[in-house]
Design a protein around this ligand. Structure first.
Ligand code: PL3
Ligand code: FE2
Ligand code: FE2
Length: 231
């Protein structure tokens, strides 16, 4: 009988790993930076929640610093030009909505879509991360649940008047997320993160969020898979 083969350890110092990491690490750093800016913008749009939102923005800034340290620890230089390009469409949509005072769209993009994307990615990354990055990411992901929760609570409290704008913003932005996932598929696999697992975790987190806000099962199915087949 053949022996069970041991799972080969990940070589965090290989050129292949570090090359993929230079893009994934940059994406996460840029994502945290934009999240920081987005919560500041939201704090202006929602003056009643100013302190809470400024507090969330500070957490995002800490996350960014944590992930910058992860790159330094592996002696990787993050490819920030790549990452800015990666986020450009979602970022542009957020900024446009903020300029128009569309709080619901801003919350959907940042607190639901981006936070669920981060939660899925970080949870899948933790078991395959190097020990330094694992510690950092475990701390970060806990915070992301509280950011998601802020969006859920606000949208739940304003569900009826937000419903149509949420549907519209979902249609506009969810297909972008599927394309973003496709774009990192190869690099994520180099880090031993499977796209199918990312999609699955994203759908679970996003579907739960929509349910907490007040959408029914039929709405959730329709909304959370929007644009997936075309991606
Ligand atoms: C909001 O708090 C954070 C926004 C960050 C978005 C991250 C998306 C990550 C997609 C790439 C998957 C790889 C994750 C690896 C983690 C080092
Ligand atoms: Fe964050
Ligand atoms: Fe966050």
């Amino acid at each position: 009988m053949p022996q069970l083969e041991a799972v080969p350890a990940i070589d965090f110092q290989s050129e292949t790993y570090k090359d993929a990491y230079s893009r994934i690490n940059a994406i996460v750093i840029e994502g945290e930076q934009e999240a920081y800016e987005n919560y500041i913008a939201l704090s202006e749009l929602l003056p009643n929640h100013k302190d809470e939102l400024v507090n969330l923005s500070k957490m995002e800034n800490r996350h960014k610093k944590g992930f910058q340290a992860c790159g330094r620890n592996l002696e990787v230089t993050p490819d920030m030009d790549f990452a800015r390009e990666y986020f450009a469409r979602l970022h542009g949509n957020f900024q446009k909505a903020a300029a128009e005072g569309k709080v619901v769209t801003c919350l959907l993009i940042q607190s639901l879509i981006i936070e669920c994307f981060a939660i899925a990615a970080y949870n899948i990354y933790i078991p395959v991360a190097d020990p330094f990055a694992r510690k950092i990411t475990e701390g970060v992901v806990k915070d992301e649940y509280s950011h998601l929760n802020f969006g859920e609570e606000w949208l739940k409290a304003h569900f009826e008047e937000s419903k149509d704008e949420l549907e519209e913003a979902n249609k506009e932005n969810l297909p972008i997320v599927w394309q973003m996932l496709n774009q990192v598929e190869d690099d994520a696999r180099t880090l031993e993160m499977e796209k199918e697992a990312l999609v699955e975790d994203f759908m679970i987190a996003y579907g739960e969020a929509l349910s907490n806000i007040g959408f029914n099962t039929r709405d959730i199915m329709r909304m959370s898979a929007y644009g997936l087949r075309a991606a």
